[in-house]
Design a protein around this ligand. Structure first.
Ligand SMILES: [Ca+2]
Ligand SMILES: [Ca+2]
Length: 178
């Protein structure tokens, strides 16, 4: 789907990509259509949850689909993620191992223990190979960002420690839109 990471291509280029992705020619891109258009570098389908998250981020009308007007922003989002993924995939293996993820998360500003990074890899390693594919990497980063934002709302003095009641904890967890 990408050719020029970081820059927005011409409207004509985007329109051609949009039409290719919009298989049923409805003028809108559905979750299924986007899922079929994206590749995680293997023959397995792109993580459905990641596709749904991306659609919901750029779906201004809240219809669960993407119109051509919203497509440019989505296209840029996907290509930026591809460039990001490639830059952290140091050995060009097509996936992110624990060390690569650790470097990526540090670069993003997360200060996590080795044990936590191991847990994250285990959670997003859908293929049981100790590595994270492109689609799961995006989902991992989105979820980490949402969880961190939730935590920070309670961590008013920014010391990385919060004291919350059971009810607040549940409210915090269920308040995460994922
Ligand atoms: Ca369609
Ligand atoms: Ca790698």
């Amino acid at each position: 789907m990408s050719q020029y990471p970081g820059t927005l291509p011409s409207r004509e280029f985007l329109w051609n990509v949009f039409q290719t992705v919009d298989k049923d020619r409805s003028g809108l891109i559905s979750v299924d259509e986007l899922q079929r258009a994206l590749s995680n570098g293997t023959w397995t389908p792109f993580n459905h949850e990641t596709v749904r998250l991306m659609i919901s981020m750029f779906d201004k009308q809240n219809r669960g689909t993407i119109s051509f007007e919203d497509f440019g922003a989505l296209w840029k989002y996907v290509t930026d993620w591809q460039a990001c993924f490639r830059s952290f995939d140091r050995d060009n293996s097509g996936n992110i191992d624990k060390n690569e993820l650790s470097t990526a998360l540090k670069t993003f500003g997360y200060n996590l223990s080795d044990a936590t990074v191991t847990t994250i890899v285990q959670k997003f390693d859908r293929h049981g190979k100790g590595t994270v594919l492109f689609d799961d990497f995006i989902q991992c980063c989105i979820l980490l960002n949402l969880l961190t934002t939730q935590f920070r709302q309670f961590d008013t003095d920014q010391d990385g420690i919060i004291t919350i009641q059971y009810d607040q904890f549940l409210n915090m967890v269920f308040g995460i839109k994922i």
